[in-house]
Design a protein around this ligand. Sequence first.
Ligand SMILES: [Zn+2]
Length: 170
Amino acid sequence: MESDMVMHHGGCHCRRVRWRVQAPSSVVAWNCNCSVCSMRGIIQFMVPSEKFELLGDSKECLTTYTFGTHTAKHTFCKFCGITSFYVSRAFPDGVSISLKCVDPGTLTHVEIKDFDGRNWESSYEREFAPRSQGAVSTELEETEALVDDIDGDMPVVIGAAVSNGISSEI
Ligand SMILES: [Zn+2]
């Protein structure tokens, strides 16, 4: 299951926003049909924020769209409009990387999974709940990290389980 950690580079279309991220060469990416993911056509994989680094003066070329709880930061390039990465609501310490904004050559394998974000609760149960059944303490449950988009539509389980409380606004 483990694959080598490599340095991926990527960014927006006009290349004013550039970043690098340390992540496996093989990743699982999520194709979500929720309101914002489907409009943007984003397929994303998650990384811890400490693995992600904006390069140069990229920050000055970014702007941010928020809605709902305004916790997630849907960052995009002011010039070309491309969302090459963003920060999700339930995993604000992490970064969601847009798969198609990664420079070619370093991703050796990508498993794309569909997530039915329009039916978040049932999709979550189906895709992620089984993994959380091993959780032994309620304490753990509260510290487990769920990554989702701002609507709670796009979860990626980083730790173990998730409480439904943060799961959805839909
Ligand atoms: Zn750009």
